[in-house]
Design a protein around this ligand. Structure first.
Ligand SMILES: Nc1ncnc2c1ncn2[C@@H]1O[C@H](COP(=O)(O)OP(=O)(O)OP(=O)(O)O)[C@@H](O)[C@H]1O
Ligand SMILES: [Mg+2]
Length: 321
């Protein structure tokens, strides 16, 4: 993970819905910034998922500094279209039509163009040269669409440009593909939960991304239950049957815990330990399926991962991993 954080120019974070793409993207951005890199973290689905993680109400198309060394951006399709048209000399056309009209027209004319604009914007940020007044970044972290949609999303420029063998659209598509296909510059990371379906979908996702020629760099297993008991877990079964020794210890410590309450506590500890065992088995399966691809584990944070403190904690784990 450190190698990716220090070397990639574009880090694409995908994964099954709800497995922590946005949280992990934020964590990776903060971790890379901690290694001295200038980072932009971008979301493309208009979900405003990143904002809260950096203690903001919302993000927009202006790149805003959200943490030490980290800027964030919510890529806006309309603004991307404006930039795109201006770049290719269509600004006069853009002025003639209302934005809503133009956007509808273009989207109907070329399905997938919306994605072309979003990917194009990410590519622009990742390959931006230092210009006065505009920050260049060492790394762009993309909070990407989920595994099921990420390949068509990243390949949208290519798909649309199939119609154009020459010209600016073809040219940009080629440069986007050059960046995306280059394992020296691009790294795709998948997020996963230690659960049955996400593990299966992650392995399928890795295969689909590789099939499409995209450089998969690793998997982050998120929300892994901590094993606090380890080898001592074997004592739980005995204590669940007979919490007598515990009751004695509790009474000696002045705690008012009767046998029923202690039985409940031990039962919960045992459930948690069963969960740990289940997760270890699934992660073992995942690791075997990944066939040498790096797998990094992130702990499940007790109070969720809703803000900057949790993002910093996860960033610390990513660097240590
Ligand atoms: N390591 C963690 N510990 C505790 N809670 C976490 C952790 N990682 C993510 N979460 C929580 O899990 C939920 C899903 O995370 P997140 O929004 O990052 O997933 P996502 O893959 O981006 O989801 P979506 O597919 O909806 O975009 C959030 O409520 C988040 O706070
Ligand atoms: Mg998300």
């Amino acid at each position: 993970m450190l190698e990716v954080l220090e070397q990639a120019r574009l880090l694409v974070v995908t994964g099954k819905g709800g497995t922590g793409k946005t949280t992990v993207a934020a964590g990776l951005a903060v971790a890379a910034a901690g290694r001295g890199r200038r980072v932009l973290v971008a979301e493309v689905e208009g979900r405003q998922g990143l904002a809260g993680l950096f203690g903001r109400a919302a993000l927009d198309h202006r790149e805003a500094r959200v943490a030490e060394g980290v800027h964030a951006l919510a890529v806006d399709p309309d603004e991307s279209l404006r930039e795109y048209l201006a770049r290719y000399g269509f600004a006069p056309l853009a002025r003639l039509l209302s934005w809503a009209h133009l956007n509808r027209f273009i989207t109907a004319a070329a399905p997938g163009l919306g994605d072309v604009l979003l990917v194009g914007k990410v590519w622009e940020a990742a390959t931006r040269e230092e210009r006065p007044g505009s920050g260049a970044y060492d790394l762009v972290v993309l909070d990407a669409p989920p595994t099921g949609r990420v390949v068509p999303f990243l390949r949208a420029p290519e798909t649309v440009a199939e119609l154009a063998r020459v010209g600016p659209i073809r040219n940009q598509a080629d440069r986007v593909r050059d960046l995306l296909d280059d394992p020296g510059r691009t790294a795709v990371v998948l997020t996963c939960l230690p659960e049955e379906l996400p593990v299966t979908e992650t392995l399928e996702g890795v295969a689909a991304l590789r099939e499409a020629g995209l450089p998969v760099a690793g998997v982050v297993a998120n929300q892994v239950t901590g094993d606090q008991l380890g080898g001592r877990a074997g004592r739980l079964a005995g204590l669940a049957r007979d919490p007598g020794p515990l009751a004695g210890a509790a009474a000696a410590a002045g705690a008012e815990l009767d046998r029923a309450a202690l039985g409940t506590l031990v039962g919960e500890a045992r459930d948690r330990q069963r969960q740990v065992t289940r997760e270890r088995r699934l992660l073992k399966e995942l690791r075997a399926g990944l066939d040498g691809l790096p797998l990094v584990e992130l702990p499940s944070l007790a109070d969720g991962a809703g803000g900057p403190d949790e993002v910093r904690a996860l960033a610390g784990h990513l660097v240590a991993a």
